[in-house]
Each structure stands twice: as C-alpha cells, then as structure tokens.
Design a binder for this molecule. Structure first.
Ligand SMILES: Cc1cc2nc3c(=O)[nH]c(=O)nc-3n(C[C@H](O)[C@H](O)[C@H](O)COP(=O)(O)OP(=O)(O)OC[C@H]3O[C@@H](n4cnc5c(N)ncnc54)[C@H](O)[C@@H]3O)c2cc1C
Length: 207
C-alpha cells in the first residue's frame, strides 16, 4: 500500500515561505502550502483578505494559481480565489468552491453513516473483510491529515466492528462522537442512528 499523505505539519499561526502570516486555525500540508481540507472557511478566507490588502498596497496584478512556488504562491492563489468569491453577489461557497474541513466533514459523515446504515445485517466473511479494508484505506487517504491521523489512532484502540449492520452503525456513531467530544460538540444519541441515517423520524416529515 502507498504511504499515507501527511497533511499535519503545522497548525495555529504559521508563516509561509514568503513570510505571509497565516491566521490561527490555518493548517499547512506536507508541501508547505495551506491545506484547505484541513482548515475551516473562516480561517481560509482570512488569508484571502490579507492577500487582497497586500495586493492593493503593492499595486501589483493578482497572480493566478501556479504563480511561483511554495506556500507564498498558494496564499496568493487563495487570495485571488477569495477576492473573486467575495465580489460575487450570488456566491454560494458550498456549491461553488472546493470543500473546506467542515464541508468535507459533513459530506463524509453522511457517506460513512449511510454506508453503515445499509450494510448487510449478516455480512459474509468477504463483505466484512472488504469493509475493514475500506475503512483502513479511508483512514489513510482522508484528505484532512490531522483528522485522518486522529481516526487512525482511534481505530487502533477500537477497530471497526463489521459483524453486522447494527455493529457497524454503532461503531461509526461512537467514532463520530469521539470527534464531537474532541471539538467540544454535543454527543449524538446512538440509539437514534437508524432514525437519522436510514428510517427518518416517525412523524414522517422526511418522507
Ligand atoms: C473521519 C473524520 C474525522 C474528523 N476529524 C476532525 C478533526 O480531527 N478535527 C476537526 O476539526 N474536524 C474533524 N472532522 C470534521 C468534523 O467531524 C465535522 O464534520 C465538521 O466540524 C462539521 O461539523 P457539523 O457540526 O456541521 O456536523 P458533523 O459533525 O459533520 O455531523 C453531521 C451530522 O451528523 C449527525 N451526527 C452527529 N454526530 C453523530 C454521531 N455520533 N453519529 C451519527 N450521526 C451523528 C448530526 O445529524 C449532524 O448534523 C472529521 C470528519 C471526519 C469525517
């Protein structure tokens, strides 16, 4: 198997190669460039704003993606993107832009919980083994490096339970709750995992 990408090199306030200060919360990838999928849009957009300010001071033209190398160039590219984005009146970040950490997280949990909700009640040995491989591979390649690393650590302590649909759904719920806890969010009641991800609420509002 290929080695896992490591996007976890830096967090909190960092400095790019071009000495452009990065806002707290911005995370750099192993290539030294800001990692969008490890950063929330709020921190991400700040880099765009500071770049826009710098650009107007320098009175230089905005460089496009790929101009120069390293994090400084990446910051410049992000600045251009954010400037275009904020200039649009009907701009919808989630529909038009690459995923940040939050969007990626919500979409991924939707996929993982839904996959667990439709996993067989009595999976064959082959299905169990495939699901284990899928989750192991997933934890190697999830494109938020520090999230993936955390997941890999948790999976060492509490390996995936793939013996039945219920086992997998509850295991996934537990994994998600560990992340919720780490982020200071409320724990989800795992008794409601089928209602949330398969059956919908009993009042029929989702039908
Ligand atoms: C594998 C993985 C690891 C992550 N690790 C990190 C990390 O280390 N640091 C970080 O900042 N972000 C991490 N994230 C992102 C984070 O978990 C959230 O997805 C993101 O912060 C957006 O949160 P949210 O409040 O919109 O809802 P989410 O947490 O994305 O939840 C989406 C929906 O799932 C339901 N839900 C919530 N909890 C559960 C549960 N326990 N079981 C079943 N359903 C539930 C709720 O209806 C909720 O609205 C990770 C995401 C994934 C997929």
């Amino acid at each position: 198997m290929m080695p896992a990408p490591d996007h976890t090199s830096t967090s909190s306030s960092s400095t790019t190669e071009a000495s452009t200060p990065l806002p707290p919360g911005m995370v750099l990838g192993p290539d030294g460039k800001p990692c969008r999928t490890c950063t929330d849009w709020k921190s991400w957009s700040k880099i765009g704003k500071s770049k826009a300010k710098k650009d107007s001071k320098d009175s230089t033209s905005t460089p496009g993606p790929g101009a120069g190398a390293g994090a400084g160039a990446a910051a410049a590219a992000i600045g251009a993107t954010a400037a275009i984005a904020t200039g649009s009146s009907s701009f919808d970040y989630e529909k038009e832009c690459p995923a940040d950490k939050e969007i990626l997280g919500r979409a991924t949990w939707t996929f993982l919980h839904t996959m667990a909700a439709y996993y067989p009640d009595k999976p064959s040995p082959m299905e169990q083994s495939t699901m284990k491989s899928l989750l192991t591979s997933f934890s190697q390649f999830y494109p938020c490096g520090h999230c993936a690393e955390h997941l890999r650590e948790e999976m060492k302590v509490d390996p995936p339970k793939v013996e039945s649909r219920r086992d997998l759904s509850w295991w996934m719920c537990g994994m998600h709750n560990k992340v919720n806890e780490m982020l200071g969010k409320d724990k989800f009641d795992c008794n409601k995992v089928d209602e949330r991800w398969r059956d919908g609420p009993s009042d029929g509002r989702c039908d």
